[in-house]
Design a protein around this ligand. Structure first.
Ligand code: HPA
Length: 278
């Protein structure tokens, strides 16, 4: 076991859980991780209590623009929810164990339903920027897996099943919520890549051939860790750009963030409609 994975093991997770409880009180059974450009959702929370991730021992601090590193507990449409505004990514040089840490803390604190959101490039040619996609399944193309190394059965089994990473029940709830909120959604397969460079057009063609509809640099690591712990996962992608080679424009982070921000209104309505049903 590496020093990092020992340092972020079960006892460290339990320490962080204690701090979260001390600072935020009871932890609700539902949590949301907000992706790039989608952090504004926290403004919709009532009676919000905010904690900086720097205040939680072991919690890795995000280094990228658009990822604030806040843990917010509050109510949305009358339901208590815990929101993580900001996450760490493998491309920052973080280990999969570091990316896993926050999800493990949530799981041990009692979160049972985890909503993972992200901004993603659209591979499916019918996905224009602004499309909201319910993730049906994923391709882990990051080159790593957060469960590599000795398995701690207090988190979950050595060889966890991944037949239904993204809960069928929660996907059906997302569809119902989308209909009621009047927010169109589509469904698809999310390919999680390492980054930080965007893909080449050849890589996008390869991912398309493999069945991917969208591509991004987050979510799959967290989803695997959450399933390992038996949490129910819902994944939502906000398509921020056509993936490389699907139009003539070069990709830029500024465009990705701007497109995610433009879709934030619809995204927020969808999320609220989902949360009232959980
Ligand atoms: N590729 C990878 N990650 C992304 C993209 C993309 O095109 N857009 C937003 N995140």
């Amino acid at each position: 076991m590496t020093t990092t994975s020992v340092a972020l093991g079960f006892e460290a997770v339990e320490r962080a859980v204690r701090v979260l409880r001390e600072r935020l009180g009871s932890i609700p059974p539902t949590a949301v991780v907000l992706g790039s450009g989608l952090g504004g959702f926290t403004d919709r929370l009532a009676s919000a209590v905010t904690l900086s991730c720097r205040e939680v021992p072991g919690w890795p601090v995000p280094a990228v623009i658009g990822h604030a590193g806040r843990i917010v507990s509050g109510t949305c449409a009358g339901r208590q929810v815990l929101v993580l505004a900001g996450r760490v990514h493998l491309y920052e040089g973080r280990s999969a164990a570091e990316v896993a840490f926050a999800v493990r803390v949530l799981g041990r604190a009692g979160v049972r339903s985890l909503v993972l959101t992200n901004a993603a490039g659209g591979i499916n040619p019918s996905f224009a920027p602004g499309t909201l996609m319910v993730i049906d399944d994923h391709l882990n193309c990051t080159g790593t897996n957060p469960l590599v190394g000795p398995n701690d059965t207090r988190f979950g089994p050595r060889f966890p099943d991944m037949t239904e990473v993204y809960s069928r029940r929660l996907r059906a709830i997302a569809d119902e919520a989308a209909r009621d909120a009047g927010v169109p959604v589509t469904h698809g397969v999310y390919a999680g890549v390492l980054g930080p460079s965007y893909e080449t057009p050849a890589e996008i063609r390869a991912l398309r051939t493999c069945g991917a509809d969208a591509v991004g640099m987050s979510t799959v690591t967290e989803a695997i860790v959450a399933r390992h712990m038996g949490m129910e996962v819902l994944g939502l992608s906000c398509i921020s750009n056509p993936a490389a080679g699907l139009n003539t424009e070069p990709l830029s982070e500024a465009d990705v963030l701007a497109a995610a921000a433009a879709a934030e209104g619809a995204f927020t309505r969808l999320l609220e409609a989902i949360l009232v049903r959980l």
